[in-house]
Design a protein. Structure first.
Lengths: 175, 175
DNA sequence: GTGCATCCCATTGACGCCCATATGGTCCCA
DNA sequence: TGGGACCATATGGGCGTCAATGGGATGCAC
């Protein structure tokens, strides 16, 4: 199933193309991707601050509502603007509505997705939806992924990163 | 020292491709690679001066923001201009965006990368992001790598250098 | 009422911006 | 040729601002 989904995403261009805009804007956009990672604490009320750098990227794209869904590959929640969902939906619409692929895709992006809003201080509620899927308990690692960002359980992120690095080393690839 | 560095670059196989530009500019560029190494101290606030020679290379390429990422091979932070990140992204775009390889690559260069800025005096903050990965505590060795430079824990750099020299010697005997 | 989410304000600790000092090297001129 | 002025770099530290966090108060639903 993952492979089929991967093909869907390939076509929808999740990680290839970012937001629309002129070349001039694309120049500027280089500086406004989701990048780096940071770990913040969850307070007694279950809130966590989204890193300032990520918030300013959201602001630059006038994103008010956040679309969150359970990542297809990693035990992480992926977060982006509504355009992220729209891209998925365009992809579904492009093919046979009754195909298994479209069905599974919809199951994941609609059934496994929610809209969230930040409070006035730029914090979001860490719901059971997030906790259950990621294993997050008292700390959240925010991970930039260019056109979106992800919420990870800190140790899980470190482990995934280490594994990715190890596989690159094995493959003998150089920077 | 220059001889030592020449060897190091030879061993590590620095690629021949640098920044884009005209032949005229390429002539000039020869003088503006990151070369040599230097060890500076971290002050009480966790800052360290980037060697002047490196700063002038950055200035010649109008690099304002530094892209830093955790090296794939060594326990070092690699630092370059935004073009470094773009090169990685082109590499990702060139292959199936949702292959495990591309996904891991994104996890490393986006999730494991940061943009940093120098202060007015040409210093950068040595964050936990850097310390944790390199083992740096109170001193930083800056190592030129032609189109980028690296931050090393001083002893780790000496050790890696020694090992590389040793392997080079062995290779020399065989051939 | 009781539980939960939102709004608002307070605290504090980190980082950016600015200026001061030390240190080593170069150049000029007697 | 030797001494001293001058300069660039590295380093130290004060201070204001802002992000991250904590917690009270209010509104809403069950």
């Amino acid at each position: 199933m993952l492979i089929r989904l991967a093909k869907l995403c390939l076509i929808s261009g999740v990680s290839g193309v970012f937001w629309s805009g002129s070349p001039r804007e694309r120049m500027f956009r280089v500086m406004s991707r989701f990048l780096s990672n940071a770990t913040n604490r969850i307070d007694a009320k279950g809130r966590v601050s989204v890193p300032s750098a990520f918030r300013s990227v959201l602001a630059q794209h006038n994103v008010q509502e956040l679309y969150c869904f359970q990542d297809f590959v990693f035990p992480a929640i992926s977060v982006g603007g509504p355009d992220l969902l729209e891209r998925f939906e365009r992809q579904i619409a492009a093919e046979d509505p009754f195909s298994p692929d479209a069905n599974e895709m919809s199951l994941l992006i609609h059934g496994g997705g929610v809209f969230m809003k930040l409070d006035a201080e730029g914090r979001l509620m860490v719901t059971d939806f997030i906790r259950g899927f990621t294993g997050i308990s008292d700390e959240v690692t925010f991970v930039g992924r260019a056109d979106h960002f992800q919420l990870w359980q800190p140790q899980a992120f470190v482990a995934a990163q280490a594994q990715a690095r190890g596989e690159r080393k094995l493959a003998g690839k150089r920077s």
